[in-house]
Design a protein. Sequence first.
Length: 73
Amino acid sequence: MSKIVEANKKIENAVVGGYKAVENTVVGGYKKVEAQFIDTFLKKDNETIEEAKARLKKEQEELKEKQQEKLSK
């Protein structure tokens, strides 16, 4: 392999590794904020955060279906 190709490979690995580190940090931070928000404002009595997320997703799907029905009439 030529020296240029090897150098480019090292640069590529450094850039991709840096990007992945930033991505993981940002996504991890978002998930923590999201969980705290759900826990504080959206969770109902004795409901886990995962159960609240599932309930909210189901409610959103039902709302979309109702909106589609209204639009199709």
